[in-house]
Design a protein around this ligand. Structure first.
Ligand SMILES: [Zn+2]
Length: 233
């Protein structure tokens, strides 16, 4: 599915989480309730909730358990999104079962915008390969992660830094062929696309295991046009 073609949907009005019962924090079953059909189905606890800071910037991917814990301890200011995840917890002495409803995007109460203090967002091979769509920057081939490597455009032996703006995805063959040289020093090798540092929003897209439609709409609306996120297949 092409991200660029995703319909930009109007985000639901923020809701307060005031009705969330306090108490239980151990939740052993997760169910999803979709608004459209009111159909309830079991989902894996793999679902991730996008936590925002007080300024509305993405702050953290929360596991289901983390999000529920935040909810029952008053750590969520408001929530957004079409889908509703219903978390059922333990039973209290009066025979009542605690229920927490969460939407895909939540604002974390009191969470400050500290991320802007970071000079560079974390760089890992997994994130880099996703940024470059698993495509070698030299031969243009698409490979599985195990056949890819991190190539320093200006090699480290020539003073190149290990930063987003100096690294591209390269297949092992091209990486070996290039060796400790710059692209222009290696005959027949030239960059097919340029490296760039993902912005905060793109970084959150890249670092999600499985992103929900509401979360993608929210994040991708703030990603600059040069981003390769728009080539996501
Ligand atoms: Zn290659």
């Amino acid at each position: 599915m092409l991200v660029a073609s995703w319909r930009a949907r109007r985000l639901a009005k923020p809701e307060t989480a005031g009705s969330i019962p306090a108490g239980h924090t151990r939740f052993n079953r997760v169910r999803i309730n979709t608004n459209a059909s009111q159909r309830r189905e079991k989902v894996k606890t793999m679902v991730q909730i996008l936590g925002l800071d007080v300024a509305g910037n993405p702050a953290q991917w929360l596991s289901a358990e983390q999000a529920v814990t935040k909810a029952v301890t008053g750590g969520i200011a408001w929530q957004w999104g079409d889908r509703i995840f219903v978390f059922r917890g333990g039973w209290n002495r009066r025979g009542e079962r605690s229920i927490v409803e969460l939407r895909p995007i939540v604002a974390l109460a009191g969470r400050k915008s500290d991320v802007w203090m970071r000079e560079e967002l974390p760089l890992t091979n997994a994130l880099l390969f996703r940024r470059d769509r698993y495509t070698c920057a030299y031969c243009g081939g698409r490979f599985s992660p195990r056949d890819l490597s991190r190539d320093h455009v200006i090699p480290r032996v020539q003073g190149g830094k290990d930063v987003w703006t100096n690294v591209v995805t390269a297949c092992r063959a091209c990486n070996q062929r290039k060796g400790g040289r710059r692209p222009e020093q290696a005959r027949g090798l030239s960059l097919l696309f340029v490296p760039y540092a993902p912005c905060l929003w793109e970084h959150f897209i890249l670092s999600s295991r499985e992103i929900l439609a509401d979360q993608m709409d929210f994040l991708v609306a703030r990603v600059p046009e040069y981003s390769r996120v728009f080539g996501l297949a």
